[in-house]
Design a protein around this ligand. Sequence first.
Ligand SMILES: O=C(O)CCC(=O)C(=O)O
Length: 217
Amino acid sequence: MNLDLFDHPDFHPSWREDLCPGAVVLRGAALADDRELLKAIENIAIQVPFQYRATPGGYAMSVAMTNCGDLGWVTDSRGYRYQSTSPETHRLWPAMPDIFRTLAVHAAEEAGFKDFQPDACLINRYQPGAKMSLHQDKDEEDFGQPIVSISLGLPAVFQFGGMERSDKTQRVNLTHGDIVVWGGPARLRYHGILPLKAGEHPLTGQYRFNLTFRKAV
Ligand SMILES: O=C(O)CCC(=O)C(=O)O
């Protein structure tokens, strides 16, 4: 690993909140990079526009998605999966920008997960009313690697539950620049996002963006 590439002097979460063993919110940890992250999202979306996908059961998702990195997460009638190309353009996903990888690796390390090697970054775009139902991230091969999730734009309520869908959930308010990391004993916890409330953010307008980093293979 090239350490220079991963050096990030501005990485200063303002404080950390532990959700449970293996899960932490690093408040404000992406703030110093917010404009660069948003510019990179815009660039990626020009190459591979956001899409509203359908679950294998045929339900339309309210969150629009695109990807960058070696692999992208997609869903359709054939199931949930990672693939190296966009189903729409049939071309490789755009490369993961260095700033994405650097931030994700730093956040994982700060949360206690050394050597995070993300090969997939799902970019979620929420408009008012969009939500993500409680789910587990289990399409990856190695649950030893954590999940790093960056919030930008409008605030959202993150639901963080247990190992069963029916377990009680914590409600965590996520605002612009927050990073959530979960792995180890928390890696398979259910999580989701409640319907986004309308608002206006100075950098993203009526949207919330989320970057979710994972090692898929
Ligand atoms: O938008 C978020 O903060 C969570 C996204 C998420 O849970 C996912 O992409 O699996």
